[in-house]
Design a binder for this molecule. Structure first.
Ligand code: EPS
Length: 412
């Protein structure tokens, strides 16, 4: 059992998404407006389909918060799917009927079954595994709609992580065959980035990414890409070297790869570092007199570089945590691939429903959310307390112990 547990429930065209986050200390600032800001970031981005014009994702806080602060009890959130009440599915029936919770009236016409499984989606594996005769039973849950719930859960965790000094950033570095110029993180204008249609720091590349999305759309196709996320101010010592399931690197990779569309995770220089020699890869530890003068000892034992992406031996080392995630092109294609029908076994074209062409800009926001959930869990594991003040006291005591040699407490 983790220190911070979180659950999501809900189908893409059902009534809505439910989130529970359990294990937070009391006293963490939290408001619906704060969560809304993250949900709004996820909804932007060039290449989305019609659905994002229907939804204005808003998480109603239904428990665990009073007067703007967490109570220490589970935080419960509810995000309505507007499309459920207002929209209709591909067979023109309202979603309220297609996704009704109650059994259909005996004389009611059943919704058209989806049986033309889509290569790349959960359709075939889920239908065979769960015995579904209608692929809608899995596609509604396997939909990327669930990422709205994750971003809401992540916002709750992010508020706690920010109280420990962490700050979360992400940007797109590739869409299809268009890669951005390597940007120096310190030079990125984060406000301008939020306004970029593809959340890319390189305007020339951004224009070519938009063109690549347009070209894929014209062809009835989809495109993927790569996002980079960075967390600054991560406390030293989260995770552990002692056991596989406590390693921060493994926990981050597991959380990220639990998104259907995320197909690769690179921590620090990752795959790019594999071709180097060790002497070019590892981050030289600076002597303490190389610290910038006057800096508070929140980031002791600094490095000359950060190829490791802030994690060594499964433990955060005080440098920024840097990850890259490969996002596959989405599976629902306007010009569908050949497939086979689940019911008849015959050759068919795969099922098509309204869908996105590219979700890479939104993916960075989802990566930030998942990093926040993993880091908040690891923070509570190391410095946990029943109140935010207790967590902060524990963190401050640890920082004093690992801080400058001449300032350490005698019992450190
Ligand atoms: C998705 C299909 C589309 C996406 C959806 C994921 O939904 P719809 O079938 O309603 O057009 O827009 O993503 C979201 C709804 C979302 O909030 O991100 C799919 O099949 O995975």
């Amino acid at each position: 059992m983790g220190s911070l547990r979180w659950f999501t429930a809900g189908e893409s065209h059902g009534p809505g998404l439910t989130v529970i986050v359990e294990g937070l200390p009391a006293g963490v600032p939290l408001s619906e407006a704060y969560i809304r800001a993250q949900l709004a970031r996820r909804q932007r981005g060039y290449g989305r389909g019609g659905r994002m014009k229907i939804e204005t994702d808003y998480a109603h806080i239904r428990g665990g918060v009073r007067h703007g602060r967490t109570l220490g009890s589970p935080v419960a959130l509810w995000i309505e799917n507007r499309d459920h009440a207002t929209g209709s599915g591909p067979d023109k029936r309202p979603w309220t009927e297609t996704m009704a919770v109650e059994a259909l009236e005996p004389d009611a016409e059943p919704p058209t079954r989806v049986t033309r499984v889509r290569p790349g989606h959960a359709d075939l594996a889920a239908a065979l595994k769960y015995g579904y005769g209608d692929v809608r039973n899995s596609l509604e849950r396997a939909s990327a709609r669930e990422s709205a719930a994750r971003v809401a859960a992540g916002a709750v965790a992010r508020s706690l992580a920010e109280q420990a000094g962490a700050r979360f950033y992400s940007h797109v570095v590739r869409i299809a065959d268009v890669a951005s110029e390597e940007a120096d993180f310190a030079d990125i204008d984060w406000q301008a980035l939020e306004d970029s249609p593809v959340r890319c720091a390189d305007p020339d590349a951004a224009a070519r990414m938009v063109a690549a999305i347009d070209a894929a759309k014209r062809d009835g196709d989809s495109v993927g890409g790569v996002v980079e996320a960075r967390v600054t101010g991560v406390p030293f010592g989260l995770g552990s070297h002692v056991h596989w399931d406590r390693k921060l690197s493994g926990r981050i990779a597991q959380a990220l790869l639990s998104m259907n569309a995320f197909k690769g995770v690179e921590i620090g220089d990752g795959f790019r570092g594999a071709a180097r020699r060790g002497s070019q890869m590892h981050d030289v530890v600076l002597p303490q007199d190389a610290w910038p003068s006057g800096e508070a000892p929140t980031r002791p034992w600094r490095r000359a570089s950060n190829h490791a992406g802030g994690i060594e031996g499964g433990t955060s080392n005080g440098e920024d945590i840097v990850v890259r995630v490969a996002v596959k092109p989405i599976a629902t294609l306007a010009h569908p691939l050949p497939s086979a029908d689940l019911a008849s076994g015959e050759r068919v074209q795969a099922h098509y429903e309204r869908s996105d062409v590219c979700v890479v800009p939104a993916a960075g926001v989802i990566v930030e959310a998942l990093l926040a959930l993993v880091l908040a869990d690891a923070l509570l594991e190391k410095h946990g307390g029943d109140s935010l003040a207790e967590v902060q006291r524990n963190l401050a005591a640890f920082r004093a112990r690992i801080g400058p040699l001449d300032e350490r407490p005698a019992d450190g």
